[in-house]
Design a protein around this ligand. Sequence first.
Ligand code: CAO
Length: 413
Amino acid sequence: MNKALEGVRVVDMTHVQAGPVCTQLLAWMGADVIKIERPGTGDVTRSQLRDLPDVDSLYFTMLNGNKRSLTLNMKAEESREVFDQLLRRSDVVVENFGPGVMDRLGYTWERIQEINPRIIFASLKGFGPGALETAKAYENIAQATGGAMSTTGFEDGPPVVTGAQIGDSGNAVHLFGAICAALYQRTHTDRGQRVQISMRGGILNLCRVKLRDQQRLEHGPLAEYPNKEFGNFVPRSGNASGGGQPGWAVRCKPTTEKGANAWLYLVIQPAVWEPLMHKIGRPELIEHPDYATPEARLPHLQDIFDVIEEWTIQRTKWEAFHELNGINVPCGPVLSTRDLIEDEGLRAEGMIVDVEHPERGTYATVGCPFTLSDSPVEVTRSPLLGEHNAEILEELLEYPEGELERLAAAGAV
Ligand code: CAO
């Protein structure tokens, strides 16, 4: 066995971002992922945000590597025989359609179980039971309703979404974990099961510490927050660390005209206070009663970071990083997307990978965020629309020659 999920077949009914990122992870772990797409158009992302005319977009190619593509018009009568056969020969079906879509297609959980009692049926929706249950959801709607937006940004500004796609790609990882757990349980029960996840629930999981702070608020103000006044909910707290050790982003010497990302994030652990003050040339603060202990420092954090910034502003973010890292201060430069795509370390780590595509040439994609020593990941390109129709129908489903043409004439593939 060369891959962790070798032998697992996935019927991939996913589209846009959240579902495809999950099934791409399954494919990287060795599952045979068959992406079902509407004939003619396929996943809507194939043609969204195109950088090159008539070529699958990066939006699609970066989220659908290592999969096979089968076109199937799920609303055509003749497609049902194909889909049923696929379900019989598969281990997992994953979908992230709007609420009720699978039921309207005639594939309820009950029907899917009837066809294959060993299959795991995984769904990602915007919301779980309750007032929002029937609502569709995109990334930022999940961030708005799951606690991310109300806690991101500065106190005097509007709620802000994060650049990290925590609702989509973040929840894809939740869904991936859940499917792997269900596959493991099946090795004991020999039964499939229903796996469900809401984007809002997944966001809340990632906002766990904000719910910690909501309950701490009942016992008084949050001393480590930069905010001066508190209501009955957790306020936006800018770049405060959110953890037990204070942190903040400080400005550095710009290296480009605008210097938009000339910033360094640093955290002041108690043990680094003394060497840090020596390093920035402010040894008189080490024993100062307002600063000497972590508790004493809490009300003065902004002053402290201002003092540190007087030192960092004279250095580039990389110079400041190397000097502070040299005395064990936890810190990291704020890196732009340009910095990242050119980062040799990320390529060595397999996190930025170049892939060959027959229509668009070489493109860079983001690799698998974890490594398994016994299951190496080889990132390959995304499939063209319907590229594997003949292969899947004839080799996997054992349709005789000519059936593909019949199904195509009936508008099913
Ligand atoms: N053949 C025929 N029809 C197909 C098909 C196929 N292969 N694949 C999909 N369809 C049809 C479905 O049957 C459905 O039709 P009906 O509405 O008539 O039942 C329709 O296409 C898809 O509906 P949808 O509600 O999923 O799609 P949408 O573009 O209106 O909404 C989205 C998109 C993402 C808002 C919605 O799918 C959703 O809320 N998904 C769950 C949450 C989610 O994943 N969001 C993250 C998206 S990434 O930001």
